[in-house]
Each structure stands twice: as structure tokens, then as C-alpha cells.
Design a binder for this molecule. Structure first.
Ligand SMILES: NC(=O)c1ccc[n+]([C@@H]2O[C@H](COP(=O)([O-])OP(=O)(O)OC[C@H]3O[C@@H](n4cnc5c(N)ncnc54)[C@H](O)[C@@H]3O)[C@@H](O)[C@H]2O)c1
Length: 316
């Protein structure tokens, strides 16, 4: 698994470790080793600090194989930064994904699960957006890089018979978060519990999915699928940024917090922020998968999980 030290990666490792051996890699670009330290106690888990942009070093993994499948989660996950540094998404998410596919080809690994994103669609005119919506016109380099990654996976699938499951995630939330709106709001309120800056006009609406549903969905849908395919993984309902702000304030037990909206161009939080992201989950439903929590409940649960983790971090 790539990106094993990260938010979704560490939850995925935990989910798999009961019945599987997991070899995880990460270069600690976005997070330190706090989420993988407890996993190292499992005899089924091993970890190497490796960068997916360095194919020569990745090839050292050949001695740890053979592997049944790759779960490719490593990425630059900072969507906001794309308009400032336009090369990171290209290097990490496009070249990195190519390198992971090259390694899979060289090691005869026949299955890959890939973390893509709702951002590949850009500002879709169809809501909820199905997997076959087009043309895909991303509005961020992050979305563009995920679309490129999807293309490389389907191409490798065609050339070399690697079966790929591509997952277009909604916004994933829950324990071990390393970034994202809930994480940002909690950090801001810890600094100043009286005022909270909200990027954009607060009306941005996206669908949120709890990380437990996400990791279970990846494995379930990959197992039931017989060919290379794309699945949306999310909830059909959405939650507004303003509602998330209220859930966080409530969760922290604060009162009289003043919200300061940055408004931004067209109400966006940043350049490349999609104002409405709502994925159709019909295809996953037909394949037998359904999230266990609504979008609002996923956010509420995540708020309850992330607050104590960030408190521990502050005190450590
Ligand atoms: N969290 C979400 O809401 C969400 C939504 C859509 C897609 N995704 C995708 O899901 C995957 C996991 O995201 P996450 O939320 O857990 O983010 P994350 O940042 O916590 O995890 C990504 C991990 O990749 C590692 N990484 C970054 N660059 C690397 C490199 N060059 N070599 C090796 N490791 C590297 C980071 O250190 C991090 O641990 C990513 O591909 C992300 O783009 C996440």
C-alpha cells in the first residue's frame, strides 16, 4: 500500500491487518509516523519510507514481494496549493502513479485499487454526478492529476491485464485526519475560540463519507468487480461548509463564535474549489455497497473522533 502513514492509508491498514499481510510505504510528506507506530506491533505489518516519485528506490520492494494487489493512496492531497505550485500534482500524482504502475508491471502484480476524486469532473452540470459524466473538465491541477492517474490505470490494464478499481471519493472524514475542512476548523478554533475564518461564502456543499465506509467500500467493490472499472464512493446527500462549522463549534462545546467568511471569487474557498460536489452512488449501490452513515452523520462522527486526537497532539 502506498500512502500507508496517511489518513485513509492508516485506516485501511487497520482494516486489513486482521486477515492480511500489509507492506506499506510513505515518504512522510504530509504526516509523521504517528498513525503507523501502533500498526508496527502487528506481525502482519511492515513499513518502508519510500518516495513514489523515485522508481529506482521503489524497486527495492521487489525483495518484499510477491504481492497480490496494490492499494495506491499516496498523493499530494493539498488541493488548495495547486494554483501556487503547479508542478507538485504532476510530479507526485501523475509521475508517482506511473511509477507505482511500472512497479506493479515489473512485479507481476495483477490488481490495483486507486484513490481518485470527485474533482476529476470539475464543475459538473449533472447532479448527482454519475461515473460516466463527461466531458471531465477539472478546475484544479489536483483534479487534472487524478484524471491522468485514472487514464494511466486503464491504459496499463489494457496493455498488461492489470485489473484496476478506480474510486472517485467524495470528501472522506474521520479519525487520523491529516487535512481537510474539519481538521482546519478545529485547529483554527484551538488557536482562537472566539473567531473562526471560513474560506469562501460557507454555502459550498459537498458529500462527506466516513473513512470506515470508505475503506470497507474500496475492498468490497474491488472484490465484487470482475474488470477494470470506476466507482463513485460517497453519499448522495451533501453537507454545507457552514453546517460543518456549526458541528465543530458544537463538538468543542463553544458558544458565541463569530464566523468570518472570506467570500472568495464566486464564493469559492480557494482557486479550484468546487462549489457543489455531489456524487451519484447508484453504481456502487447496484454492486451491493451502501454507506452506513449519511453525509451529515459522517461529519458529526468525524468531529467526535478528530477533536480528542488533535487535543492529544497539542498536549504531546
Ligand atoms: N481525504 C479525502 O477527502 C480524499 C478525497 C479524494 C481523494 N483522496 C485521495 O485519497 C488518497 C489518500 O488521501 P488522504 O486523505 O489519506 O491524504 P493523506 O495526505 O493523509 O495521505 C496521503 C499520504 O501519501 C503520502 N505521500 C505524499 N507524497 C508521497 C510520495 N511522493 N511518496 C510516498 N508517499 C507520499 C503522504 O505522506 C500521506 O501519508 C490520496 O490519493 C488522495 O488524493 C482523498
Amino acid at each position: 500500500m502506498t500512502g500507508g502513514a496517511g489518513f485513509i492509508g492508516s485506516n485501511m491498514c487497520e482494516h486489513l491487518l486482521g486477515d492480511n499481510e500489509v507492506v506499506a510505504i510513505d515518504n512522510f510528506q504530509n504526516v509523521d509516523d504517528r498513525h503507523i507506530k501502533p500498526l508496527l506491533r502487528s506481525k502482519n505489518f511492515s513499513f518502508s519510507q519510500l518516495d513514489i516519485t523515485d522508481l529506482d528506490k521503489l524497486e527495492t520492494l521487489k525483495s518484499s514481494g510477491p504481492f497480490d494487489a496494490v492499494i495506491h493512496l499516496a498523493a499530494n492531497s493539498d488541493v488548495k496549493g495547486g494554483s501556487i505550485d503547479t508542478s507538485t500534482d504532476l510530479k507526485v500524482n501523475v509521475v508517482g502513479t506511473y511509477n507505482v504502475l511500472e512497479l506493479a508491471r515489473k512485479m507481476d502484480i495483477n490488481e490495483i485499487m486507486f484513490a481518485s476524486s470527485s474533482t476529476v469532473a470539475g464543475e459538473a452540470s449533472v447532479m448527482p454526478t454519475p461515473e460516466d459524466y463527461g466531458p471531465s473538465m477539472p478546475i484544479s491541477t489536483y483534479g487534472a492529476s487524478k484524471l491522468a492517474g485514472e487514464g494511466f490505470i486503464t491504459a496499463y490494464s489494457h496493455y498488461y491485464g492489470i485489473r484496476g478499481s478506480i474510486f472517485r471519493f467524495a470528501n472522506i472524514v474521520g479519525r487520523n485526519s491529516t487535512h481537510g475542512v474539519i481538521f482546519d476548523f478545529i485547529m483554527k478554533l484551538r488557536k482562537n475560540p472566539k473567531v473562526m475564518e471560513i474560506l469562501g461564502d460557507g454555502t459550498q456543499r459537498k458529500s462527506y463519507l466516513h473513512v470506515d465506509d470508505c475503506v470497507q467500500g474500496i475492498i468490497f467493490l474491488h472484490e465484487v468487480s470482475s474488470h477494470t472499472d470506476i466507482f463513485n464512493l460517497g453519499n448522495t446527500e451533501t453537507t454545507s461548509v457552514m453546517d460543518i462549522a456549526k458541528f465543530v463549534v458544537e463538538g468543542l462545546g463553544l458558544q458565541n463564535v463569530r464566523f468570518e467568511l472570506t467570500h472568495g471569487e464566486g464564493g469559492r474557498g480557494w482557486k479550484g474549489d468546487v462549489k457543489l460536489a455531489q456524487l451519484s452512488t447508484e453504481k456502487a449501490l447496484k454492486a451491493g455497497w451502501k454507506s452506513s452513515l449519511t453525509s451529515d452523520d459522517s461529519v458529526r462522527k468525524a468531529v467526535r473522533e478528530v477533536i480528542p486526537q488533535l487535543t492529544d497532539l497539542k498536549n504531546s
